[in-house]
Design a protein around this ligand. Structure first.
Ligand SMILES: *Cc1c(COP(=O)(O)O)cnc(C)c1O
Length: 378
């Protein structure tokens, strides 16, 4: 039996050990070490005029971002339905209510038309949404020009969930810098990993300093502990920041590798009738965190579930696309605007192995198994 091939595995082939050793010998492992600020300035340098605050997860970055946008109990927040639960759960942490919007087929991300419908409908009910959570799914940029035009027209800020899109660009601008606040995740299987970690980015200095303050228990600058607000223990630790610095140094190479992986899948599989890839619009460049395919069973004779089983038996890990949040039991009662675009993508899609370390031989093996399964079925 050949080795198993994981869906998305991190690579630590840079200076991770060097920074870890330095952090350990400094004795400062918590939120007071030197690498936290350095990771922030290195990340900021990649983000045009935006500054970064590094935190202990992408979820805590989303939670803080919603706090900073003034989301309070009873408020409504619009959120892309086709995403991981962490995009919406922090809305509920704040006692606010998510309103879900369907995707469009060009990018698989939130549909600008349906977003405007949803806003108009909520306004008619006298409930102006407090924010719009947009996701760049699997690294693919959403239609930010259209979305930002709507955001400006109705004066509702955009929170960009770029957890999966570090290194993706939209008309030359880094994803994460396109809305009012952007967030990243550095969890175990994201394009760079710090074990667990995240970041919040903004071009507003006040937002950044407030985020730092709230993420360290909202401690006043006094010789004793004094608190005027409820804060959070959300800051990144120095060990994670050290790993983050090393990982970030490798990001361009990681993006390049993942884009090559995507190109190879396309070169082999795109010709099969009934197989489609996540489209990349003109002006957009995905980091292709995950390479994904859609399988139209009517044309291929095999479903995504069957193909997943075939690959699983060969030790190849795949995953279904995110189950849309409006279909999740926890969000059964949330309002939803749209049709069945995200639902159809979910029912046909499969995420293929996309690790930075996936070598051409292993990828060929995966492609052969898929080609075989498709030829047998048709
Ligand atoms: C991973 C992810 C998150 C959450 O990040 P964590 O660091 O795991 O908390 C949020 N949104 C999306 C779209 C994600 O993929």
């Amino acid at each position: 039996m050949a080795d198993t091939i994981p869906l998305s595995f991190p690579v630590f082939d840079g200076k991770e050990n060097f920074y870890l050793q330095k952090a350990l010998s400094s004795g400062l492992l918590a939120t007071n070490g030197e690498f936290i600020g350095l990771f922030e300035s290195n990340l900021s340098m990649r983000m045009k005029s935006h500054q970064a605050v590094v935190l202990n997860s992408g979820t805590s970055a989303l939670h803080l971002a919603l706090v900073l946008l003034g989301v309070s109990p009873g408020d409504e927040v619009i959120c892309q339905s086709f995403t991981f639960c962490a995009s919406a759960n922090p809305i509920v942490y704040l006692g606010a209510k998510p309103v879900f919007v369907d995707s469009e087929s060009d990018t698989w991300n939130i549909s600008p038309e349906l977003l405007e419908d949803a806003i108009l409908s909520r306004l008619a009910l006298g409930r102006k949404p407090k924010a719009i959570v947009v996701v760049h799914l699997f690294g693919m940029p959403a239609k930010m020009m259209e979305i930002n035009a709507i955001s400006e027209k109705y004066e509702i800020p955009v929170l960009e969930d770029a957890a999966e899109a570090l290194g993706s660009t939209y008309h030359g601008q880094p994803c994460g810098t396109l809305g009012s606040i952007g967030i990243f995740s550095f969890n175990g299987n994201k394009i760079i990993s710090t074990g667990g970690g995240g970041a919040l980015i903004s071009d507003d200095t006040q937002t950044i300093s407030k985020a730092k303050y709230l993420s360290t228990q909202a401690r006043e600058e006094l010789p004793y502990y004094q608190h005027l607000e409820i804060g959070y223990n959300y800051r990144m630790n120095n060990l994670a920041a050290g790993i983050g610095i090393a990982q970030l140094e490798r990001l361009d190479d990681f993006v390049c590798k993942r884009r090559q992986i995507n190109q190879r899948y396309r070169a082999h599989l795109e010709e099969f009738p009934g197989i489609a890839f996540q489209p990349e619009q003109a002006g957009s460049s995905s980091n292709f965190w995950l390479s994904t395919i859609l399988i139209d069973e009517n044309l291929t004779g095999i479903s995504n579930k069957e193909l997943r089983k075939v690959l699983d038996e060969e030790g190849i890990e795949t995953r279904f696309l995110w189950k849309p949040l409006h279909l999740q039991p926890i969000y059964r009662d949330a309002p939803f605007y749209g049709g069945n675009v995200a639902e159809a993508l979910f029912s046909k899609g499969l995420c293929l192995p996309s690790s930075t370390s996936l070598n051409p031989e292993d990828q060929e093996r995966i492609v052969h198994i898929i080609e075989n399964a498709l030829s047998k079925a048709s």
